[in-house]
Ligand binder design. Structure first.
Ligand code: F6P
Length: 532
């Protein structure tokens, strides 16, 4: 579309809203749907990619229409934000034995860390008690490198929640799962529901409740969806809160680090800022005030993309580096550098970004996109202590810092996503080289193979398994293995999905598929060559 219309054009309203149709990929939740706007992003130029990302991000702020999805600016959402902000205000006014806990997996956990740190810093500057804590699945090492497997562990979620809340009598728990899907968060929410005398649970995510993941969680009697349903019931009496507007499908299908992360940052900052203003500046928490603050983020988005030519140039240069087997490095300080680290850390599972390094697994964390923070980690002030000891200058951010951060996040997401697109790491708008290293990603990989090959589910599952275990014939041991074992094996394998796809489309052996991919590392090209 972008190529046909010219990069200076914008999309029509109906194209922007095509994903909302009930017929559009009906079996998938919004967070997993493929965005019609980016269908051909893998063939787009740098400036076209930026236009596409701009249009996708703009979907975050579209108004609710009819009785379809509730959106960021919908009345019901803004009202809930007001209610949650008032709960935070209560905590701030009576911090003794109270806590606000933000928790999530991957980017959601990193944002929990970033936001809780920034609001604790504000409290410290006012000589107030600190009330915010964060939890990230996989512990502090997951702040800087992808750790997908802990996302599947609800028990670990509960243990980490108990640990941070020890001795507290009143806890507002904010669980973030963009896809309403992470068992780690589901376990924590379930625990809160079992202990209502201490915990009030809040869920932040970007699917309607009926699209919450309903897959059984091994060892648990609940699913994410059943937890959400219980919360819905309690929400009527404000004993639980659900903040789950739809922001539209991600530009790269399922890549919730993008809009999911941006919307998480917006929602939580709006809530916590309103609570701080009410407590320390006597500014009442109002519907209008919250709405106005949300609109300030929309403005930040517009201002950012007003620089689309510059962004496209940066993206082109970054793509060029990756194509030449070089790197993209982000250098910065304070929270902006942290956003660089967050952006870089998610490239690995999204794009299989370090495949050339996978032969040498020690290098896994030193990927194609790397973040550096001036002075090191000390300023991060993470709960497990310095990840390595370094120094840091403690610079307070000026006013409007939250919008500045959002702008930085959008820009970095555009650069890393665009550069990987230009390197050929995306097939249509799918993460073709996704590493199936947790149950969500494993299911996504199978679904992707089905979509791109047109083969039946059982054949796709079988071929994926062959690619994970690198065998042409599956043994009984392999076919009877549980998902956990498969995921652990997949962690040490490169190009699992591309290999499986080439095998499915051409019927060749794994060895042949490997040599096809060596000759043509861009999967779309490899497939086209195989088929011609
Ligand atoms: O499994 C990896 C991942 O998809 C990350 O990309 C993402 O940040 C994380 O899971 C959390 O996802 P969610 O917020 O939907 O639980």
């Amino acid at each position: 579309l972008c190529t046909m219309a010219g990069s200076d054009r914008t999309w029509s309203l109906s194209a922007m809203r095509e994903w909302e149709s009930p017929d559009y990929e009906p079996s998938l939740p919004v967070s997993e749907k493929s965005n019609p706007l980016t269908r051909d992003i893998d063939r787009a130029s740098a400036s076209c990619i930026v236009r596409m990302l701009q249009a996708c991000d703009a979907q975050m702020f579209q108004e609710e229409r009819g009785d379809t999805y509730q959106r960021l600016l919908s009345e019901a959402v803004v009202k809930t934000l007001v209610d949650v902000a008032k709960r935070v205000e209560l905590t701030l006014k009576d911090p003794q034995d109270s806590l606000v806990v933000l928790s999530g997996c991957g980017t959601s956990g990193r944002l929990a860390f970033l936001i809780s740190s920034s609001f604790n810093r504000a409290l410290r500057e006012l000589n107030q008690s600190l009330v915010y804590s964060y939890i990230i699945a996989g512990g502090d090492r997951a702040l800087l490198s992808s750790q997908e497997a802990p996302e599947d562990d609800p028990k670990q979620g509960v243990l980490s929640l108990k640990k941070v809340c020890e001795g507290k009598k009143c806890v507002l728990f904010i669980g973030i799962s963009c896809g309403l899907s992470a068992p780690f968060v589901a376990g924590q929410l379930d625990f809160c529901l079992q202990h209502p005398e201490v915990f009030t649970p809040v869920l932040v995510g970007f699917n309607p409740t009926h699209q919450a993941r309903d897959e059984p969680i091994p060892g648990c009697t609940f699913t994410f969806r059943s937890v959400v349903q219980r919360m819905q019931e309690l929400a009527k009496s404000q004993k639980a809160f659900l903040i789950n507007p739809a922001v539209g499908p991600e530009a790269i299908s399922g890549s919730s680090r993008m809009k999911g992360g941006s919307a998480t940052k917006i929602l939580l900052e709006v809530v916590l800022s309103a609570a701080h203003a009410a407590t320390f500046k006597n500014t009442a928490i109002t519907y209008k005030g919250i709405l106005q603050h949300m609109r300030a983020y929309k403005k930040a988005l517009d201002i950012t993309y007003a620089e689309s030519e510059g962004i496209a140039a940066l993206l082109e240069a970054a793509g060029q580096s990756l194509r030449c087997a070089r790197r993209v490095c982000y250098l910065g300080w304070g929270s902006l550098a942290m956003l660089g680290l967050i952006d870089a850390s998610e490239c690995n599972p999204t794009f299989g970004a370090v495949t050339r390094d996978l032969l040498c697994l020690r290098l896994r964390d030193y990927g194609d996109v790397r973040g550096f923070i001036s002075g090191g980690y000390r300023e991060l002030n993470n709960s497990e202590g310095p990840l390595i000891s370094l120094r840091e200058k403690n610079k307070s951010m000026p006013p409007l810092s939250q919008q500045w951060e959002l702008s930085t996040k959008l820009l970095l997401n555009a650069v890393s996503t665009g550069a990987h697109v230009l390197k050929g790491k995306i097939y249509q708008n799918h993460m073709i080289d996704v590493q199936p290293t947790n149950s969500k990603l494993y299911c996504r990989a199978t679904r992707l193979l089905q979509k791109l090959s047109g083969c039946p589910q059982s054949q796709c599952e079988e071929t994926l398994l062959r690619a994970v275990y690198r065998v042409d014939k599956l043994t009984v041991d392999i076919t009877s293995s549980d998902i956990g074992t498969r995921i652990r094996t997949a962690k040490n394998r490169a190009k699992v999905v591309p290999l499986a796809l080439v095998c499915l489309l051409t019927g060749c052996s794994l060895l042949e598929a490997e040599s096809h991919l060596e000759l043509k590392p861009i999967v779309r090209e490899a497939v086209e060559v195989c088929l011609s």
